[in-house]
Ligand binder design. Structure first.
Ligand SMILES: Nc1nc2c(ncn2[C@@H]2O[C@H](COP(=O)(O)OP(=O)(O)OP(=O)(O)O)[C@@H](O)[C@H]2O)c(=O)[nH]1
Length: 298
């Protein structure tokens, strides 16, 4: 059918059921009661929600929100009402088939009798959110080992450092470098070198606690962020890790893969750049004193 042959709806009412989303009016009274006096449209958004019920009480849409979704949406509504600013948010809506649906909301508030009335639209953006999550995972992951990469580690470390500064809890880091990795590549080939990196990543994750983040910084260099861990504890753990690796056969012969490890503890308020530089120095000291050892910088 060509565009000119398509039936033209006579009014906006005819168009509404055809749009891939819902348009709505949402009302909140000064006592806090919420409802959708108008809610129409097509697409997947709110497909499983009883729209007739929503006309009397918005609970059918808001109450199923779980975790941090409910307070986040409620505070977006509150902010919009207080400052008469557009309401723009997204939320994850559980569905009966155990999958979640992501809904984007955009609405303009206006004062109404004894409350606020928003007029806007909601759309199902689940596919878009899944794609965003996939891209974020790709951006944060080292493709060879599947470990978090430098970017992800630095974000995480900055979060851990602020928690450590706020609560006065210890935070330590290890910088780990494989000794003479070039020789392993030269002797066994680059693909086997890759396999060593993969196996080492698995081994380190198995030996450390799940709250410790092991990341690949690049090449044969790794870093571990250990929250709630003092310098002495971290030193002990690093030495256990070093020993376990030196006694393991990574398919290139036992004792062929050894690690040099530098260890430091975060000083409250210190810029992360300093912390990394100090850990780097500790690692260089470990290389200097002969490799296959742990050096700490207090
Ligand atoms: N197989 C493999 N090798 C890599 C990868 N990234 C870096 N390398 C190699 O790692 C080697 C690192 O060599 P160097 O920086 O000289 O360090 P090293 O031989 O480990 O010596 P020290 O660190 O001084 O003990 C180089 O040969 C790089 O080509 C990778 O993804 N896979």
């Amino acid at each position: 059918m060509s565009v000119k042959d398509m039936p033209i709806p006579l009014s906006a009412d005819g168009l509404v059921p055809l749009i891939p989303g819902v348009i709505f009016q949402f009302y909140r009274s000064s006592s806090g009661h919420m409802k959708f006096p108008y809610l129409e449209g097509g697409g997947n958004a709110l497909g499983h929600i009883d729209r007739v019920q929503l006309a009397h009480d918005a609970g059918g849409l808001l109450e199923p929100l779980t975790g941090s979704e409910y307070p986040r949406v409620m505070s977006a509504i509150e902010r919009s009402a207080r400052w008469m600013l557009p309401l723009t948010t997204r939320f994850r809506l559980p569905t009966p088939n155990a999958k979640s649906q992501w809904i984007a909301v955009s609405a303009n508030p206006a004062p109404a009798s004894d409350g606020v009335l928003w007029t806007g639209m909601m759309m199902d953006i689940t596919d878009q959110v899944i794609e965003e999550q996939r891209l974020r995972r790709l951006c944060d992951t080292d493709a060879l080992t599947g470990l978090p990469n430098r970017r992800k580690l630095m974000k995480h470390l900055s979060h851990l450092a602020s928690l450590s500064a706020r609560h006065g809890t210890p935070l330590s880091i290890m910088m780990i470098d494989i000794d003479h990795f070039k020789l392993i590549n030269d002797r066994w080939g680059h693909l086997q070198g890759d396999e060593v990196l993969r196996q080492l990543a698995t081994k380190m994750k198995a030996l450390l606690r799940c709250e410790d983040m092991v990341a690949r910084l690049g090449g044969e260099e790794f870093m571990v962020a250990l929250p709630l861990t003092s310098l002495q504890q971290c030193h002990k753990l690093a030495d256990q890790l070093r020993k376990a690796v030196s006694q393991h056969d990574f398919s290139v012969g036992t004792g062929e893969v050894t690690l040099s490890i530098g260890v430091t503890e975060y000083r409250c308020g210190e810029p992360l750049k300093n912390l990394i530089e100090r850990t780097d120095q500790a690692l260089y000291s470990a290389k200097d004193v002969g490799r296959d050892c742990v050096c700490l910088l207090s």
